[in-house]
Design a protein around this ligand. Sequence first.
Ligand code: MTE
Length: 316
Amino acid sequence: MYIKKKKSWHISEALVTDESCFRNRRLFLNSLGKTVLTLSLYPSLSYASYEASNKLNKNYFLPSPYTNEKLATTYTNFYEFGSSKNIWRRASKLKVDNWSIKIDGLVKKKKTFDINNLKKLIGLEERIYRFRCVEGWAMVIPWLGFPVNKILNLVDPDKGANYLKFETFYDPKIAPGQKQNWYPWPYVEGITLKEAKNDLAFFATGMYGKDIPNQNGAPLRLVLPWKYGFKSIKSIVKITFTKEKPIGLWEKLAPKEYGFWANVNPNVPHPRWSQSKEQLLGANKYQKTQIYNGYEENVSYLYANLSKQEKLKLFR
Ligand code: MTE
């Protein structure tokens, strides 16, 4: 993101594979209104390698192919383990068995949850979301997890709470990237309480029907599909409800390039590149970027009453 001058996200030809992972065929056919569908139109259907579970939340179904699972789990951004995309082996050192998440700050019930208990307490559902990295690549991922708003009832935010601040673990012994002291570790990100209440805001604990792999943010990560991917913080250990707006790691490093809101917009270029198009991983083609990454209907109300000054910063 910040350090690399070259567009580090350009993927090699070897990694560009056909979109062979299609989701649940039954649902796919249903979504097309049970119109007669010939296999010549959708030849890859016969290669389905992952079936959506019956926990699928049908409000968040996309009638487009998933990103190839191997690609989505080996081409990742997790700077704690290095600045290349190929960190998945190193990330296996992260111990996620006895993981707890502390929730504190402006709440009536401060709590620490064991991740497995939290998953049992809330229950998991599956959602298919688009994902868009600020660098220009995009994916379609079947996540498993629960909406962020489910934790609000558990801790009961105070009246003065305006924001949620999320923090990743800090352990340079297992995460070599954290020895690079020019980054302001630990990784931090934030959203407004209003955004947290929006049903799209999601905590993922799994993807492709399995536990989420370490390199994608085990055991709990944020997924905010209408925002650039750097907001979707991985491997969360702490959530603090605050009065003041939290400053994320990238905003601290490069405030002119990465802001608090970071909503996807094809018409607002990053200072160093255009955002009008995106490369769908695995598809070997560019497609048009969509405003709010295609989720305008779900989220635009969140930003209707902001000051003029804040509105200017909505898309970076
Ligand atoms: N979370 C942490 N803790 N560390 C990171 O380096 N990278 C972010 C985000 N969450 C990052 C993080 C960026 S830049 C992106 S694009 C997404 O994770 C990538 O998610 P993925 O690797 O699962 O596709």
